[in-house]
Design a protein around this ligand. Structure first.
Ligand SMILES: C=C(O[C@H]1C=CC=C(C(=O)O)[C@@H]1O)C(=O)O
Length: 421
């Protein structure tokens, strides 16, 4: 087993302020666009100056892909010349990344793009990343071809037909009631095929329009709008948004209120949420001087679902790297379960599919370690004309297969709508 890139490339990075009020997504060309956008701010990027890929590993504790990526990135950063006139989180050298849910799976990736356009509050910038000798990419911010509609789609069942997935949920509930495990998150997939290559920019536009409060991402084929922030880091401070516990949105205001009251008062959902908070606190304890979480979760309303949500904050001990924190937090109980190792084993047994980068950390990191990493949820893997959509649900003792199947359907809606003209 080897890491694909060994010798760090020698890069030259230049960041300059940009006077440009356009929507970030308008800059993106159609080929392999990279994006992380939240309420109009964020980073969009394209081209590829360097790449790290991880082949998967079934030995060790499952954190090797993060440590290998961190080592590779540090090597690249130390061989890179930077001229940064902006000096904000996300300026200078940045890498976009997506890690697999399971350390055994191949496909964890970091990509250092050629061109990045960033925005934070009212400041925008342009970063170009070239090699030492060569000129910076010439055709910067050239006008792009317009984003194309997706066209007609054919939908097919994924790895697990609905009835089999319900049976897997019932099996998980039996394990939980037998006291073998407290919570496990079970996911399923569905496929869509278009008549020509899917234009990822069209998906990104629809996702940012419909889910402005979520983190819309596109990294090496994984595209989605996740509500769940694993870590936002600036200096030694980190923030996180823990989600677990879900109801659909009502079709009338009265039904919406009833579902919200049911969620905030549900012992089953509060228990599911508590497991996620406990796993975050336990993971951060060795890495942070302080960890603050609220006493009770608040309600987070998204267009398709409502969640129990807890914003958390922590101050890291000196020397703790961002990818160390990502490695420690993943998999949270929102995508794995409690206890973690037993939950991951049960997921391998019951799901009968490779999650790939679904439910894994996705985001960006700069050379100072600032960055934002979400959990790749409400997303699809796009490959040419094919999309593989994912959705999962936290299973606890009080779960029923029909309700969980309906909940998974409401989570699929995000990408179903984004794919539908
Ligand atoms: C696993 C997913 O959602 C997680 C995040 C929030 C709420 C969840 C829940 O209530 O089950 C899930 O744990 C997914 O969207 O695929």
């Amino acid at each position: 087993m080897s890491v694909v890139a060994t010798t760090p490339p020698q890069l030259a990075v230049r960041t300059v302020p940009l006077r440009d009020g356009r929507d970030l997504l308008e800059h993106l060309p159609g080929d392999a666009p990279l994006a992380w956008v939240h309420r109009g701010d964020g980073l969009v990027a394209w081209g590829e100056a360097a790449r790290f890929t991880w082949p998967g590993d079934d030995t060790g504790d499952g954190t090797q892909r993060f440590t290998a990526a961190a080592r590779w990135l540090a090597g690249v950063a130390s061989a890179t010349e930077v001229a940064d006139e902006v000096d904000l989180p996300g300026s200078g050298m940045v890498a976009f990344g997506g890690f697999t849910f399971d350390g055994r799976s191949a496909g964890s990736t970091l990509v250092i793009p050629r061109i990045v356009v960033g925005r934070r509050a009212d400041r925008s910038w342009l970063t170009t990343i070239g090699d030492r000798r060569g000129a910076h990419p010439g055709e910067i911010l050239a006008s792009c071809t317009p984003a194309r509609p997706i066209g007609p789609l054919t939908w097919t069942e994924g790895s697990i037909p609905a009835a089999e997935w319900e049976a897997a949920v019932a099996t998980a509930v039996r394990h939980i009631r037998a006291g073998e495990i407290a919570k496990v998150v079970l996911a399923r997939d569905v496929y869509a095929r278009a008549e020509r290559d899917i234009d990822v920019r069209t998906l990104l536009r629809r996702l940012t329009r419909d889910y402005p409060g979520c983190y819309t991402f596109s990294v090496d084929g994984m595209v989605g709008a996740t509500p769940e922030l694993l870590i936002r880091r600036e200096g030694d401070g980190i923030g996180s948004l823990v989600l677990a516990g879900t109801r659909p949105r009502g079709t009338t205001p009265a039904e919406d209120e009833r579902l919200a009251a049911e969620l905030t008062g549900s012992a089953k959902d509060l228990e599911e949420h508590e497991y996620a908070i406990d796993s975050l606190r336990a993971a951060l304890a060795p890495l942070a001087a302080t960890v603050e979480t609220p006493d009770r979760p608040r309600l987070l309303r998204l267009p398709n679902v409502q969640h129990l949500a807890s914003p958390a904050r922590a101050t890291l001990h000196p020397g703790v790297s961002t990818l160390d924190v990502v490695a420690a937090l993943h998999p949270t109980a929102a995508v794995g379960g409690t206890p973690t190792a037993a939950a991951v084993e049960l997921i391998r047994d019951l799901e009968a599919m490779d999650r790939g980068r679904y439910a894994g950390p996705v985001g960006w990191i700069d050379a100072q370690g600032n960055g934002e990493w979400g959990i790749a949820l409400r997303c699809a893997h796009i490959a040419g004309a094919r999309a593989r959509l994912f959705a999962g649900c936290g299973i606890v003792a009080g779960s029923t297969p029909e309700a969980e199947l309906a909940e998974a359907d409401s989570k699929f809606q995000v990408m179903r709508h984004a794919l539908t003209d």
